[in-house]
Design a protein around this ligand. Sequence first.
Ligand code: 2RA
Length: 350
Amino acid sequence: MLRIAVIGATGAVGRECLTLLDGGIVPAARVAPAASARSAGRDLASEWGLSLPLAPLTAVEDVDPDAVDVAVLCAGAEVSRREAERLAAAGVLVVDNSSAFRMRPDVPLVVPQVNPGALADRPACNLVSNPNCSTIQLVRALHPLHELAGLESVVVATYQAASGGGLRGLEELAQGSSRLLSAPGAPPEEAGGRFGQPLPFNLVPEIGLQDETGLSHEERKLVREPRKILGLPGLRVAATAVRVPVFHCHSEAVHVRLRRPVTAEAVEDALAATPGLRAYRRSHSPSYPMPRSVFARSEDRALVHVGRIRVEPEDPTAVALWVVADNLRVGAALNALQIVELAAKQGWLS
Ligand code: 2RA
């Protein structure tokens, strides 16, 4: 049984981790939640009705590496940069949710359903990076297509929920929406806030700052991370990431060019045969998932949902998909804990 620290426990992803651990996803002897010093001492088990063996919440800086086998970091890149290497150097396996180490060559970037081999051995640096939420659902949909007919190129447009901006993002969408509905004639809100622009009844085609090429931070992740996870350094990826006024679940319109021709039936069968995916065949009604339908049931929040499956009649190497997943669960907490589960199965975790 493992001793697991969840750092950033009071945030949206951290709370998701505790909920999953409470459900027994990883047999944990002891779970030590940590967050900012102002939250220290909170009894999250009674606050949130959890039954797992939960230690009292401590400040991140006070996490004792000798009392922990694994640390799951869900507190943002700044905390990760400050704490991850301290804990890793002391022998703790660190699973980091931030973008801090993802592209470091010596740090495995892992989606257990796609590249489990990346964890065949314990990384010498004791660091494992959890990919970005929109990357995880994308590669889990792309992988069966790559197995079926080889990936040539990908074009993806994402429609990302407010929960990607954490508890503050959810609050800003809720409060801003009710304000707008109660005063429709009010002047438009100023730019700024969690998403840089007002989100209620709006679309914000910029998630993170743009670089000199015009690519946003989120789009750079969508271009670079799949190449590392799929082991396809030359994979061409074009991405547009949009924040949408949806509370939970990211959606993605994906257009793929394959190396070999396929039929829609073969694509549906490949997706349907993939563990952890739910394929919506063209004969289904509806033949597509939606954020609210995915978030409505707990078992669906653990799956990647793929619908609107199309093969271009005049080009059977061109496939289109609509992919929806819970970004806090599939796209963060669940993948991170599945990494812990995989590491434990490999036998090199104490
Ligand atoms: C977002 N993927 O959706 C980013 C970070 N969670 O905001």
